[in-house]
Ligand binder design. Structure first.
Ligand SMILES: Nc1ncnc2c1ncn2[C@@H]1O[C@H](COP(=O)(O)OP(=O)(O)O)[C@@H](O)[C@H]1O
Ligand SMILES: [Mg+2]
Length: 282
């Protein structure tokens, strides 16, 4: 199981797991994660007024997340705004590893899979392709999906760039979008080198598409990205929308407290007490 510790540089931009346990009898696995106030899809839908500097910073944070995945040996396969959470401090973290696969870092460039996974409208063209079972796809499907998310963050499109619901519909959209989903001549993004990064991420041909290690060498390791990389860069913006939170009593009932003997010993036998104590402890 992959556990990402927030204190590690690699995990700063990925959801961290605080605790995890398994109920063998009920065949359930429980994860305890930090509670985030918002996700990117809600923030974008509600049209929050996010300054451009903060938008670009989020994009950089997510590129750092992609590089962190490479170092951990993980392909995410479902990068989209609903799987990006926004912290109280405005920072973006990548979450939902439900579709992810482990890929040893030394195999990252050559790894292939042949079974489609994720969300159609954020899939790379080679994953959308009818030939996927024959031709397969590599780890840089994540690069393409993040490129599409970045387009939304910087306001290039309102909602997903490819917005058909069916696989066939998205396949047609890809076929009609030409060499690149964006026309780089008309591309208005003049700041922060994104006019250069984005077309490289959105290359239709996976062989020509920039990879996570190349993004690291070219951008993440550069002087200009130091503050984002080391987590010292701050946002001038804070999310105002918040996600609904389950009632604490329901959450306590859902967590089968008797299974977690360590927590019981430490925080007392009352599940509600556990629920109240734990967030403060972390
Ligand atoms: N740690 C968290 N804090 C706040 N909201 C969360 C958290 N984890 C998930 N969510 C919310 O729940 C939604 C679904 O969670 P996710 O991990 O993406 O699972 P799945 O999509 O597989 O159901 C997310 O889009 C987000 O809105
Ligand atoms: Mg999800």
């Amino acid at each position: 199981m992959l556990a990402v510790n927030e204190s590690e540089t690699a995990g700063r931009f990925l959801m961290s797991m605080l605790m995890c346990w398994e109920d063998v009898e009920k065949d359930l696995i429980f994860f305890v994660m930090p509670l985030y106030p918002a996700d990117l899809v809600t923030v974008l839908l509600k049209k929050e007024e996010i300054p451009m500097a903060s938008r670009y910073q989020m994009c950089k944070e997510l590129i750092c997340a992609l590089v962190a995945l490479f170092h951990l040996g993980v392909v995410h396969k479902d990068i989209k705004p609903a799987n990006i959470l926004i912290g109280h401090d405005g920072r973006a973290v990548l979450t939902d590893f439900g579709n992810a696969a482990a890929v040893p870092t030394h195999d990252y460039a050559t790894w292939k899979d042949y079974i489609r996974g994720g969300t159609y409208c954020y899939m790379a063209p080679e994953m959308v392709s009818a030939d996927v079972r024959k031709v397969g796809y590599g780890t840089n499907v994540d690069v393409f999906s993040l490129g599409l998310v970045i387009m939304e963050i910087i306001g290039f499109c309102d909602g997903p760039f490819f917005h058909q619901r069916s696989l066939e519909g998205v396949r047609d959209e890809h076929a009609n979008s030409g060499r690149l989903p964006i026309d780089s001549d008309k591309f208005l993004c003049t700041e922060e080198k994104f006019w250069e990064i984005l077309p490289a991420m959105l290359q239709v041909d996976p062989e020509k598409r920039i990879t996570a290690p190349q993004l690291e060498d070219k951008y993440v390791c550069s002087e200009e990205w130091t503050a984002v990389r080391d987590g010292s860069a701050t946002h001038d913006w804070r999310p105002t929308v918040t996600l609904p939170v389950a009632d604490v009593k329901d959450a306590a009932r859902f967590l089968d407290f008797s299974l977690y003997s360590h927590a019981r010993n430490r925080y007392g036998a009352d599940p509600l007490e556990f629920e109240y104590c734990v967030p403060g402890v972390f």
